[in-house]
Each structure stands twice: as structure tokens, then as C-alpha cells.
Design a protein around this ligand. Sequence first.
Ligand code: AMP
Length: 223
Amino acid sequence: MGRRIVMLGAPGAGKGTQAVRIAGRLAAPHISTGDIFRAHLKNGTAIGRQVQPYLDAGQLVPDELTCAIVADRLQADDCRGGYVLDGFPRSVPQAEMLTKLLRDHGDDLDMAIDIAVPDEEIVGRLAARRFCPKCGKIFNLKFSPSGNGKKCDAPGCDGTLERRSDDEEETIRERLRVYHETTEPIIGYYESQGILRTVPAAKASADDVFAKVEELLRTAGAA
Ligand code: AMP
């Protein structure tokens, strides 16, 4: 099978962590719209200034801008053999746009992997989430702590772990609300296309979830 994969799941379900691992296993790029927006913010670009209010409020950046950024990224040479999309699509119009973009090139998505975690677990997970501002590695104080205390344990990196500014409780609740209202309907969209695969991830470590994901990929002949 091809290797065009979309990751689905509530914020904090661990889809970013899994996306990075899948991309490593398939030697395909990991494309996170959240990471792209945060890089624009950090670099003070015009796009960064445009998206900042949405990120600060936990709301979605308008589809037109988001889709334009993704369409541009998917044209890069490194996407030819496939990719793992993380955080996109996040609304049914974005999913429809992606289908159309691919079909215009005679392509299709191969798999949508939903990392399923119940709401009551999400808030606790996000409050415990940390990231390394130097290399981007994601940690969770409960589920996947750093082996190096408050510092990053990636080889050659010793960044001091930070909490994302939108992982504060009020913003978390807004992001969850937006997820249920706008993003969750995508699950039905991909189910009807026959490419949805659900990975139950309640109370599971990142390693346990990845073992299930690997099984899926093997069964599909992707890895
Ligand atoms: P994430 O890192 O995926 O949780 O994304 C962080 C924030 O970036 C979200 O809360 C949104 O404000 C914005 N964002 C990321 N991906 C999208 C998308 N596909 N559509 C709209 N906004 C997005």
C-alpha cells in the first residue's frame, strides 16, 4: 500500500507522538500543521501574526489559510513516497479539500488512524504534556517522561522542557470543545471511505499504543 497517512484524535490523545514514530518507521515526513504555525510564530512571520490570535484562544485557523499551507507543503519532493499528516485535516471541509487535492494528482489517502482516548483522560494528559523547544520531542510527565529529568533526553540534545502555552486548563477545554464540534465528524468521513482504523489508547503508554499501530501498518503492508 501507499503511505499517505492521516492521524486523528483529540488534542492530547498522543497522536503527535505516534505520528513522529510512524514517520520514522516509514522514513516519510511528519507534517504537523501545529508545528508549522508555531514555527511561523517563533520566526515572527506575517503568517505567524495572522494565526497567533487563533492559537492563543485554542480556536481553528481559517480553512483557507490552513489548506493553502498544506497544499504547498505536500508539493515538496520529500512527500512523493508518502507522509504522516498530524493535526490536519481538522474539519470536514479540510478533509474534503485534501481528498480533492490528492485526486487531482490521481492519488488517495491510504489510512486514517484514530488514536482514541476518552475525554476525562485528556485534560490530565495535556496538563502533564511537555515539549523540548530545541528539538521538538514531546514528553508526558505521566506516560512518557524524559529519562533526563527536566531536560530533553534525545541524543545530543539537552533542551529544558517547557509547557505549551495553549496547554493551560481554560484553553484545553476550548480545544476539546472545538474538537468535538468540528474535528470529530471527520471520523465518519473516513469511515465511509473505508480507510479508518481506530486504536484504543485509554490508559496506555506511548510504547503500547505504538505496538498496536505497528500491527496495523504491518497488516496493511505499509511497514
Ligand atoms: P496542534 O499542535 O495540532 O494541537 O495545533 C495547535 C493549534 O494550531 C490549534 O489549536 C489550532 O489553533 C492551530 N491548528 C493546527 N492545525 C490546524 C488545522 N488543521 N486547522 C486549523 N487550525 C489548526
